[in-house]
Design a protein around this ligand. Structure first.
Ligand code: ADP
Ligand code: MG
Length: 710
């Protein structure tokens, strides 16, 4: 008997389990063979579930059937008529086959043309009723009469089964070899056969509280909306069907984050005690008083560090607000307790800078600081594993396999935007659940931070040290070079220092590097009496460190650099930055770069040199820079220019794909979904009684075992 193999290859048509949606390949849908399955795969569609979740890009209202005399040229119109004639014409020159259909109603006639589809002729029998939907044009040659090219058509047989016309019609993204119309039919058939299998995994009370429709309804409606659904709302993605689907995406995301957070709270970490000897000594030695915001954030960190559960905190603050001091004090708390602390930076240069800054301070407190980057020859691995080094600064070399800590108590990640959730987890495993502190200057609108870092506690340093002045920012064009030189000259003659930044964009790295090198040469000729240094990422570490040290000590007047100086460089005497080809930089990057100046008490200037012609987006970026210094406003503008997908970078940021949710448009839904998810986990940390939800959640977070592991 081969009943068994039959079971595996053919799903039952009644009493399906919900698994069949994700387990059944597309071939099981009527009209899909191996060739078409291959095409669908290109669209990311492999299973029945993928089909159901392949949502339209837009909707067309084809409900409104017009009489031919009411059709307007240039409009997308839909009309119901009868076939008058159907013929295939071959053009004399190119021998192209054109299928020409003439239809009419009581008010007039209309021609339609399809190119290279002669087989269409057989569908159109004289006097058959047909609905055509397309853009109306005048006849290109005679100007008399109306035409449509390649309209969507549907022959009217049973009125109830119309898919492509006479309703609100979904329009899908297609690919070569399969048309939007074919996809529409495929989805229609799939919904007809399988939609009844879709089960709702959201708890009843959540649906009720949030006024959400059933998942089954939402999926059907998002593809083939009911007659009276608002087409504009559909096209904005805010129709009730979308609200349900968007809610689900956010809810599953937030539920994962809530679980992760719960798990970390339950875990045991280190309870530090506040001894305050090193910390006080350090604070007394500082040439300034901490700002209130710094003090407040530090209190939060100290209180986290005293708790037995591991700290998971994000400290967020605009460039220049003084995050480094906060990091140092936190490290000293760990060191006072006999633990090691490490600081992981995104680039070698930044790690080196932190090392130089921290080294001096820590020595005076009698501490050993080690630097570990891939560029270092004699890696201090023994100092780290033996505990000789109490503070370790490094790049992601720190999380490599062979690096062992003696007793890592606190790990700080600087500029988290370049690290994913995975690295965070790896770092955590370097100790016995060490406390984790993430410092970021990437300005993220407050409301969005909770999505990105939903599992972290967030603290914001929302105050700059007293006495800072806004950086005057202005756009310049190549014709204004002399003006730029005289501004630079002015600052240099006052004893200030200057940065000149060249872009380093990956695809043209060689060329870019050359322009930085050439730029340095050019400035040496323009300012022969000044000392000019050059740094870039391809330089040897010792050489780079030497140049940076000279700039810091004032032995170099002007530093020409690529974007390696984007973060972490701190030279308060530098008061002017020239950014060459500023039109090529991203907004967040420009803001970070500008943060290198205005760190002292001097008036500072940021000159954005832009080479036209440039895009509208570039113009908006430059305008935003010139009009505000506030990182949060910059971030909002950046988000508006780029859209959320781009803003958060690619998938590596650690957000499982949001397919239809839009973080800006749907912020209200996000907030409700987050509240519901966190409440649910508070009440039912193991999600007991919600097996379907648990399964859906696991699937959503699949491939991220470090996140969902019970
Ligand atoms: P960021 O938040 O961008 O990392 P830093 O920690 O590099 O900022 O600090 C920027 C500059 O401000 C440094 O020169 C630092 O010494 C100085 N600074 C930090 N805190 C204060 C403060 N409370 N008062 C005065 N200057 C401060
Ligand atoms: Mg910093």
């Amino acid at each position: 008997m081969n009943n068994k193999s039959k079971d595996i290859t053919r799903p039952q048509t009644s009493g399906f389990s919900p698994h069949i949606l994700k387990d059944t390949p597309v071939q099981y849908v009527k009209g899909v063979g191996p060739a078409r399955a291959g095409l669908l795969k290109r669209l990311g569609i492999e299973t029945l579930e993928d089909i159901l979740f392949y949502f339209p890009r837009r909707y067309e209202d084809r409900k409104n059937l017009k009489k031919i005399c009411d059709l307007k040229c240039g409009n997308q119109e839909t009309t119901l008529c009868e076939v008058v004639s159907a013929e295939v014409i071959t053009t004399p020159r190119k021998r192209m086959k054109i299928f020409e259909l003439t239809v009419a109603d009581k008010t007039g006639s209309l021609k339609s043309k399809w190119f290279n589809q002669p087989y269409l002729k057989k569908y159109f029998i004289k006097n058959a009723k047909v609905i055509l939907s397309g853009v109306v044009k005048g006849n290109p040659y005679t100007g008399i009469g109306l035409e449509m090219e390649n309209p969507d058509f549907e022959l009217v047989e049973g009125e109830d089964k119309l898919i492509h016309t006479s309703r609100i019609v979904p329009v899908y993204k297609a690919t070569e070899g399969i048309s939007p119309k074919q996809i529409r039919t495929l989805i229609f058939n799939t919904i007809n056969t399988y939609a009844s299998v879709i089960e709702d995994y959201l708890p009843e009370d959540i649906l009720r509280r949030n006024d959400l429709k059933s998942l089954q309804w939402a999926i059907k409606e998002a593809h083939f909306p009911e007659e009276f659904t608002d087409v504009n709302a559909l096209n904005r993605g805010t129709a009730p069907a979308h609200r349900r689907l968007v809610f689900d995406e956010f809810f599953l995301l937030e539920l994962g984050l809530a679980l992760l957070k719960k798990k970390e709270i339950i875990e045991r970490g280190i309870s530090f005690t506040l001894k305050n000897d090193l910390v006080n000594k350090f604070l007394q030695g500082l040439p300034f008083e901490l700002t209130n915001a710094q003090k407040r954030v530090l209190e939060g960190i100290k209180s986290d560090m005293q708790k037995p559960s591991p700290m998971n905190r994000l400290v967020h603050g605009d460039v220049g607000c003084g995050k480094t001091v906060v990091a140092l004090v936190s490290m000293l708390v760990a060191v006072e307790n006999g633990y090691q602390a490490c600081l992981m930076a995104p680039t070698e240069l930044l790690a080196e800078q932190h090392f130089i800054n921290i080294h001096g301070m820590a020595e005076s407190l009698g501490l050993n600081v080690a630097l570990l980057t891939s560029g270092i020859k004699d890696k201090p691995v023994d100092d780290i594993s033996g505990g000789n080094a109490q503070i370790i600064i490094g790049t992601h070399a720190l999380i490599q396999e062979h690096v062992q800590f003696k007793n890592l108590g606190l790990a700080i990640i600087d500029e988290q935007h370049r690290f994913g959730v995975v690295q965070r987890a790896t770092l955590r495993r370097k100790g016995f659940n060490p406390d984790i502190l993430i410092m970021t200057a990437t300005p993220i609108p407050r409301t969005l931070a909770m999505t990105l870092y939903g599992d972290l506690d967030i603290a914001v340093i929302d105050e700059l040290p007293a006495g800072r002045r806004p950086v005057v920012t202005k756009v310049f064009f190549p014709s204004q070079k002399d003006k730029i030189y005289s501004l630079i000259k002015g600052e240099l003659s006052k004893g200030r220092q200057v940065y000149v930044v060249y872009p380093l964009i990956e695809e043209s790295e060689k060329l870019d590097l050359k322009s930085a090198i050439d730029g340095a040469e050019a400035f040496k000729r323009i300012f022969p009496e000044r000392k000019i240094g050059l740094v870039h990422g391809k330089m040897h570490r010792d050489e780079r460190e030497a140049v940076m040290a000279m700039f810091k000590s004032g032995d170099i007047d002007m530093l020409v650099a690529t974007t390696v100086i984007e973060v972490g460089i701190d030279v308060p005497n530098a008061s002017l930055m020239l950014i060459v080809h500023s039109e090529r930089f991203g907004l967040a990057q420009l803001h970070q770069l500008r943060g290198r100046i205005g760190r002292g008490v001097y008036d500072s200037y940021c000159l954005l040199m832009a080479y036209p012609p440039f895009s509208e987006d570039a113009r908006r970026r430059l305008k935003a820079m010139a009009s505000t210094g506030d990182g949060f406003r910059i971030a909002e503008e950046d988000l508006a220019i780029r859209g959320p997908g781009d803003f958060f970078g690619t998938r590596q940021s650690g957000i499982p794909g949001l397919k239809i949710a839009d973080i800006i448009r749907d912020i209200g839904v996000l907030e409700s979904a987050r509240r519901e998810a966190f409440d649910l986990i508070d009440n039912k940390p193991d999600l007991s009684g919600h097996p379907l939800l648990t399964e859906t959640l696991q699937k959503k977070w699949m491939g991220r075992p470090e996140l969902i592991k019970s």
